[in-house]
Design a protein. Structure first.
Length: 257
């Protein structure tokens, strides 16, 4: 197999898993370690991956993966996370869902909930829940980010400050080892921070690939949240920190097969 065919597959594996190893890729493609090292070097030089000892990870960039690509990544894991989260969302509450493919998956699982008031700055969430007659939908307004249907900026934040939500479900672009939630767009970060301030209870939904990514802007810490729904065990140090913070971690890995 030529490099031109291997390298897109290597990137797909990295996006699914967050990290690739030289030995694992060599076994997967049936080629030598040297061949894989050359592939990874070329991908790193092109800015597509970052080399680490024994393999490579997704780059610590300042721009997010394109929305359509994010939507297709880890779909089964996101659905399992969303189901677990939705099971803990009661009927008859006020709820905020923010921007992201994981929160959109939660919206899909809320189609049969009743007497919800859902406020969102995500046009996709509003469209998903539009068919649920038992759900009142309020869209914040704000500057439309065409790439993913997100509404950001001062108008979105001002709308959010008019409410006090029973629960907010948020996503993030990356999760640092110290438990910080990270994102790429500083305007989106300010909106997310407003959401957290105006919510009595907060849940994070995020799959395991966010553990291996980085982004430049800090939203908050897992210490500030009530629960974190994910699909893989947390790194030991972070799991211990969540216990000390009182942040409940719900892992779907075993139930999702």
């Amino acid at each position: 197999m030529s490099q031109s065919f291997r390298q897109p597959d290597i990137l797909d594996i990295a996006r699914r898993e967050g990290k690739v190893t030289v030995e694992g890729l060599a076994a997967h493609f049936g080629v030598t370690l040297q061949t894989i090292r050359r592939d990874l070097t070329e991908l790193a030089e092109a800015g597509r991956l970052e080399r680490v000892h024994g393999g490579a990870v997704l780059p610590s960039g300042t721009t997010n993966i394109e929305y359509g690509e994010r939507r297709s990544l880890n779909q089964e894991a996101k659905r399992a996370i969303a189901r677990a989260c939705a099971e803990e969302i009661p009927n008859g509450i006020s709820l905020f869902l923010n921007i992201g493919t994981s929160t959109e998956a939660v919206a899909e699982e809320l189609k049969h909930h009743e007497n919800l008031m859902v406020v969102t700055n995500n046009m996709n969430v509003a469209n998903i829940l539009a068919g649920n007659s038992g759900c009142e939908i309020i869209v914040t307004g704000g500057q439309l980010r065409r790439s993913d249907g997100g509404l950001i900026g001062n108008l979105a934040a001002e709308t959010i400050r008019k409410f006090k939500f029973d629960l907010a479900v948020i996503g993030c672009s990356a999760l640092d080892r110290d438990g910080d939630l990270l994102d790429f767009d500083i305007q989106e970060v300010s909106v997310s921070q407003a959401i957290l301030r105006q919510s009595r209870k907060t849940f994070l939904v995020s799959d395991h690939t966010k553990f291996s990514r980085s982004a430049p802007a800090r939203i908050a810490s897992l210490a500030d949240l009530d629960a974190f729904f994910t699909d893989a065990p947390l790194p030991p140090g972070l799991a211990t920190a969540c216990q000390s913070w009182g942040t409940r971690v719900v892992t779907t890995a075993q139930t999702d097969g």
